[in-house]
Ligand binder design. Structure first.
Ligand code: NIG
Ligand code: FE
Length: 414
């Protein structure tokens, strides 16, 4: 055996879409996609070592005694998908909200009457850590089998120090034991909990008593807030986010879902991403662009609430880096199918295939401020998915029904 016994050559693939060397923001044409025909990929210790023509790599592999994982059917290889915005740590169902919404009540009306997010808060508080772990694990199983190899997960259904820590501990436990990589985010500022009558006091309480513990225990590096009539106002949110940033957290914001209050706060706070943005217009797009904030659009919430998509085309044309995420949650977005939702918003908003695929890979990595994944290049984590087709254009064409048949997480088949 040589020094390369841990190397594995995987291939041949009809096409490898590396998603590398694309513009970091703004429009992308399909011609800009790096499509490697008859390609192979060499991995070692969970990382990508080489990407190139299969025949050339095969010679090297034989000389150097690499293992060879042969692919027989036509396959297109892509980087593993990244879901940059979810709320999948929750207990209970909100099917009753759904019934009320389709019978005419709005999401905000239901929230104002104590339903909505607070209903999930009640049910999540009643669950034990073990119950939450079990529920979260099942959702991660499904995501991973559908090609999502990295997934952000928010707290935000606890809304007390103890209950938010319980959620983040459940996320940490699943992250330790599940193959998927989870990126935890503290969303204690999802809504004002019923125990508090003053939002500002609640945020102060979170800053003083929760965020330091999260830092100390390494439970999350990101802080999120929901800026909306029924949640937190602009002034309180900005103050909260600046203090969280001062403590070393990355900032992300639920912005412009119904009103246009959030994006200016995201820009001013130097957020990594502003998410939702269904209500954003030219002014908001310009603000986000100026501040270098990634725009993460959430088509699953538009489908769930029966409302229009965020203006992703205008955002790209305005120079923004656009990511697409599921927002998977029990209320507004129970579907949780990233590929399908990307295909749906892509078709409606006229996004090129390159723009849509970048939005769930390399640009989604940017939304999470992580640099070691999202494209198939040297030293990137070997998270990869293969589809039963020889033509990458078929992936979105089938509107999410063509799922990957092979998923590799850190180089291992799952
Ligand atoms: O991103 N908009 C606020 N929060 C979530 C919904 C959470 C819920 O309804 O439970 C969202 O859509
Ligand atoms: Fe959300």
């Amino acid at each position: 055996m040589t020094q390369h016994e841990n190397y594995t050559l995987i291939g041949p693939f009809t096409q490898i879409l590396t998603m590398a060397n694309l513009p970091e923001s703004g429009p992308i044409t399909d011609d800009e996609l790096e499509v490697l025909e008859d390609g192979g990929i060499v991995i070692c210790d969970g990382k990508i070592r080489l990407v190139g023509k299969y025949n050339i790599l095969l010679k090297v592999a034989q000389e150097e005694h690499y293992k060879i994982e042969k692919i027989t059917e036509p396959k297109v290889l892509l980087p593993g998908l990244i879901d940059a915005h979810t709320h999948i740590c929750f207990a209970g169902s909100r099917a009753n909200d759904y019934a009320m919404r389709v019978a005419g009540k709005t999401y905000l009306e239901i929230a104002r009457n104590g339903g909505g997010i607070l209903d999930s808060v009640r049910k999540t508080r009643e669950a034990t850590v073990i119950e939450l772990v079990d529920l979260l694990k099942k959702r991660c199983d499904r995501h991973l089998s559908e090609g999502v190899t990295t997934c952000e997960v928010k707290s935000g259904y606890g809304l007390t120090v103890e209950e938010e820590l319980k959620m983040l501990e459940a996320i940490k436990l699943v992250n330790t034991h599940h193959k998927i990589d989870l990126v935890p985010t503290c969303l204690a500022a999802h809504m004002r909990p019923p125990e508090y009558s003053d939002s500002k006091l609640y945020l102060q309480h979170v800053l003083e008593n929760l965020l330091p513990q999260i830092k100390e225990q390494g439970l999350a590096n990101r802080v999120d807030i929901f800026i909306e009539d029924t949640a937190f106002n602009e002034a309180d949110s900005l103050e909260y986010l600046m203090a969280a940033k001062e403590m070393g957290f990355d900032i992300t914001v639920h912005a412009d879902q119904f009103s246009t209050d959030g994006s200016s706060v995201a820009a001013e706070a130097g957020a990594i991403s502003a998410d939702h943005l269904e209500a954003s217009g030219e002014e908001e797009i310009a603000l986000l662009k100026e501040a270098g904030v990634v725009a993460t659009v959430l088509p699953g919430a538009s489908v769930g609430l029966g409302m229009h998509y965020a203006p992703a085309r205008k955002m790209l044309d305005g120079g923004l880096c656009v990511a697409i995420a599921t927002d998977w949650n029990p209320g507004s977005a129970p579907m949780g199918d990233l590929l399908m939702q990307a295909a749906l918003i892509g078709a409606s908003e006229k996004l090129t295939i390159a723009e849509t695929l970048a939005a769930v890979t390399t640009r989604a990595a940017k939304a999470l401020n992580i640099k070691d994944r999202g494209c198939l290049g040297k030293e990137q984590v070997a998270d990869m998915i293969a589809f039963d087709t020889g033509n990458y254009k078929e992936i979105l064409y089938f509107q999410g029904k063509l799922k990957p048949t092979i998923v590799w997480k850190r180089g291992e088949r799952v």
